[in-house]
Design a protein around this ligand. Structure first.
Ligand code: MN
Length: 219
């Protein structure tokens, strides 16, 4: 899964406002997008070779090293996706509201290409919410399993927490981009759409009126 072919094939860009995107620059940006699709999940994306390597973390990251979170590998996303916050229309791929839950830089420990091939990537995050070391460990595929499942696990370091500490997902639920909740992001999208469609209606009426006026003049 390299390049953006799969990403583009899954989406209708006339309908969704997600970016079409192109191959980006090399760099080490990371983003985690909170995504209220059929089920709420958190999409972890790590920039590598001009794309965002992506995993859907079903229950979101945990700062407790003993807790392993299922991270289903999904198609590479364009780097421009990192700024995307909004609602993907119902019925479209990934339909639901997305907010930018965390972002910053990541740093692989060792060669990330080798690590991804081998199925164990250790890396450090330096975001607004998440810090310190993490592991992504690929699970063995069960017979008939189509998805590639990984586990996201916090390393034991100064940024780790215990089960007695607060859950970072509950403590910091808002967008780091706009400070909004998922509901607020969705509301704004609904308002923007209403405005757009009422503008369209207004323009249509004005056009009709101009046509009528034109006819009247000619008669
Ligand atoms: Mn998602």
């Amino acid at each position: 899964m390299t390049g953006l072919q799969t990403y583009r094939a899954k989406r209708s860009f006339g309908v969704t406002r997600e970016p079409r995107g192109k191959l980006g620059k090399r760099g080490h940006a990371f983003v985690i997008q909170k995504h209220a699709a059929t089920r709420l999940h958190y999409d972890l994306r790590l920039q590598l070779d001009g794309v965002m390597k992506s995993w859907a973390v079903t229950r979101g990251p945990s700062l407790v090293p003993g807790i392993k979170r299922l991270a289903v590998q999904v198609e590479d996303h364009p780097v421009a996706y990192n700024r995307f916050e909004g609602t993907i229309p119902k019925g479209e791929y990934g339909g639901g509201t997305v907010l930018v839950w965390d972002r910053g830089r990541w740093r692989p420990e060792g060669d990330p290409h080798k690590a991804l091939r081998r199925g164990h990537l250790s890396f450090r995050l330096s975001g607004k919410k998440l810090h310190g070391g993490w592991h992504l460990v690929r699970m063995r595929k069960r017979p008939g399993e189509k998805r590639t499942n990984w586990l996201l696990i916090k390393q034991r370091d100064e940024a780790a927490r215990t089960t007695h500490d607060r859950d970072i997902l509950k403590e910091m639920p808002l967008s780091v981009k706009t400070g909004r909740t998922l509901e607020e992001v969705a509301q704004r999208m609904r308002k923007a759409r209403r405005k757009k469609s009422s503008n369209k209606r207004r323009k249509k009426t004005a056009k009709k009126f101009r046509r009528k006026a034109g006819r009247a003049k000619r008669q």
